[in-house]
Design a protein around this ligand. Structure first.
Ligand code: SF4
Length: 384
């Protein structure tokens, strides 16, 4: 075994590494480089994820010498929360500093039986979906696994401090960015979130939502998590108009890949469908949508469009939304129209941004579906 200080200097360019970027296996391999036994990784994992202790000096079952060495090779930094907004409906939005003047957002959505965290995977997004505020900001960078896990930990800790006894029960990768454009880090973070040594969340409670990057989609099945597809159209023509990715991966191929996911997992897919006034919200559109999805085991989540500056689209009236919902149900589709939440703090579907370049709050008192008795979400709807 090499002396500790020799090892550290050999890794001086990467030290200290961020603990939250490590799966248990990775941490074991990392510590091995410094001559440390496997069980050390489990001990540290337990301190951090089970006891929520990240101060090395408080890890009392580690020797004083080891604690000293650890400080040189691991840090436990989380992305700082620079803003925390709470909606009138209980939705909470967290803005994180992810260095170099960049920020990302995560949103907590409460409901009777669950507490869902919507997490970001990228700073900006190259998919350029026309109805999405994030899509207006070109991709600046993909988040690292520790920045993704860090969003969870910060929100978890904040909820614990509130002392209301609520814990995050579900995670949806539906915040800023296209998760399958950052697969390595997203699936690594899922491993940490799921690991019994880590956060120990059930895979069934984790949903990855994609705009339809077909070559990456099967990884969702392999990871055994839930798949949501940001569909938003009933035809290629309309989809290409609102989602440029459809030009590369058209509906026929996308839906084939959805079938493949279902064959591998037996899990229904959530199809997210944003209702844009005059474009995707008419009763005949509902009929075409149900026809399009007739062979796909899925449920449809309807999301009335949420306004953001310069979108060029309008939100349909509550009556139009209801008529669309009723028609899909009449035709036998499993369709959910969830209450819009967090719209007043720009935490609703399509409203997340890398900078606070929109107003922080908005008066939503005139809309029933957009008001406190209504709900929607980030750029996509959680699979619930
Ligand atoms: S909807 Fe999702 S994939 Fe599309 S631009 Fe917005 S963040 Fe990107």
């Amino acid at each position: 075994m090499m002396p500790m200080n020799q090892d550290i200097s050999a890794h001086a360019d990467i030290l200290p590494a961020n603990f939250y970027s490590f799966t248990l296996e990775d941490l074991q391999a990392y510590l091995k480089k410094f001559g440390k036994e496997k069980f050390r990784a489990q001990q540290i994992y337990k301190w951090v994820y089970e006891s929520r202790v990240s101060n090395i000096d408080e890890m009392s079952n580690l020797s004083k010498d080891f604690r000293g060495e650890l400080k040189n090779i691991l840090n436990f930094d989380l992305p700082p929360v620079i803003k925390h907004l709470v909606s009138v409906d209980g939705t909470q939005k967290f803005l994180f500093d992810v260095k170099d003047g960049n920020t990302v957002e995560a949103v907590v959505i409460p409901s009777d039986d669950r507490l869902t965290l919507c997490i970001s995977s990228e700073i900006g997004c190259n998919m350029a979906c026309k109805f999405c505020f994030t899509g207006k900001q070109k991709l600046k960078r993909r988040l690292t696994a520790d920045e993704i896990v860090g969003q969870f930990m910060q929100v978890h800790d904040s909820l614990q401090k509130e002392g209301l006894g609520r814990r995050i029960s579900n995670i949806v990768f539906m915040g800023m960015g296209e998760p399958l454009d950052n697969s390595d880090n997203v699936f690594k973070s899922i491993e940490v979130l799921h690991s019994q040594w880590g956060i120990n969340l059930s895979l069934k409670k984790i949903t990855v939502s994609t705009s339809g990057i077909i070559p990456e989609m099967y990884k969702v099945a392999q990871a055994k998590v839930r798949l949501a597809v940001s569909l938003n159209a009933y035809s290629d023509e309309v989809r290409s108009q609102v989602m440029p990715i459809n030009n590369k991966y058209p509906l026929k191929d996308l839906l084939e890949e959805c079938k493949r996911y279902y064959r591998a997992t037996g899990e229904k897919i959530t199809m997210e469908y944003v209702l844009l006034k005059g474009i995707t919200d008419q009763v005949e559109h509902a009929q075409k949508l149900v026809k399009l999805l007739k062979d796909i085991p899925c449920k449809i989540n309807l999301i009335p469009f949420n306004e953001h500056p310069g979108s060029g689209y309008e939100r349909p009236s509550d009556e139009t939304v209801q008529a669309f919902h009723t028609e899909t149900m009449r035709l036998g589709a499993q369709t959910l129209l969830r209450r819009t939440m967090g719209r007043d703090i720009f935490a609703a579907c399509g409203q997340l941004a890398t900078k606070i370049d929109h107003p922080e709050t908005m008066d939503i008192s005139n809309s029933k579906i957009g008001g406190t008795n209504a709900r929607s979400f980030s750029h996509r709807q959680p699979s619930l």
